[in-house]
Design a protein around this ligand. Structure first.
Ligand code: XBP
Ligand code: MG
Length: 248
């Protein structure tokens, strides 16, 4: 298949490869209960909190919301508490994923396999942690899932969370490809802004948590990847032509 100048697909994880946020939400609430914290996030609140990328950042942001007079005497101790809550959340999330709570979104596996067979390079650029990525993809693609992806950038390698472009810039540098030869696939406004800031043409597969986001600048906005072929993506990519990176 002639994929023109398209040499790599860069996938976001949460909300793109799979609808994970309901499981993340349940895991946050389980961690709060374990910590005897009087916090219970519901879907409308969590939808708003998703504007803050990163689980630890989201906990810290919420804590400051519910306790505006919060005085952090000892930053290290505060960071440690947030880390402990997030570790429990991650353990709960991993357990839920291993118990089959999350499936890949429609069309994702077919596109990954087709693009891989056609010799495109595949990468992951996410805000979440390595343990969450491997739990999801091991369940969905089997123990050798990692052979499909030549580059994985995540919270352990890119601490500056989306919409900061760090995770995409690092992915491009490790792919040794210009942004114009790649296509990013995202689900959120933060993700789109991060990819755009790295100069990446981006398509959006929106979901129930991000349908209201502003996706201006995206190549296209799809309900999901079902019925979306590699040839169609390559066509959109070719039609878009190169974008300018605004990253400093
Ligand atoms: C979306 C996020 C993540 C998840 C929770 O990640 O913002 O923080 O909501 O995962 P993506 P953690 O870039 O893949 O869309 O608690 O591990 O941060
Ligand atoms: Mg996402």
């Amino acid at each position: 298949m002639n994929t023109a100048g398209l040499q790599a697909l860069i996938f976001d994880v949460d909300g793109t490869l799979a609808d994970t946020e309901l499981a993340h939400l349940a895991a946050f609430n389980e961690a709060f209960a374990q910590e005897s914290l009087p916090w219970r996030w519901d879907v409308p609140l969590y939808t708003r909190l998703l504007e803050v990328s990163g689980g630890k950042e989201r906990i810290t942001y919420y804590w400051r919301q519910v306790q505006p007079d919060l005085k952090i005497i000892d930053n290290a101790a505060f960071t440690e508490i947030v880390q402990r809550i997030h570790d429990q959340k991650t353990a709960a999330y991993e357990r839920m994923v291993n118990n089959g709570a999350v499936r890949l979104r429609p069309g994702v596996l077919k596109l990954i396999e087709q693009a891989h067979d056609e010799g495109l390079r595949l990468a992951i650029a996410t805000t979440t942690s390595p343990v969450n990525i491997s739990a999801l993809l091991r369940c969905a693609m089997g123990p050798d899932w990692a052979r499909f992806f030549v580059v994985i950038e995540d919270a352990s390698t890119a601490p500056r969370k989306k919409p900061h472009p760090q995770v995409y810039l690092q992915t491009l540098s490790r792919l040794k490809l210009p942004a114009a030869a790649c296509l990013a696939i995202e689900d959120s406004a933060n993700g789109l802004r991060a990819a755009a800031a790295a100069g990446l043409p981006t398509i959006i597969t929106q979901n129930s948590f991000t349908g209201h986001h502003d996706f201006s600048g995206a190549l296209c906005v799809l309900p999901d990847l079902a019925g979306c072929t590699l040839a169609q993506l390559a066509g959109m990519h070719a039609a878009a032509g190169p974008k300018k990176s605004t990253a400093r």
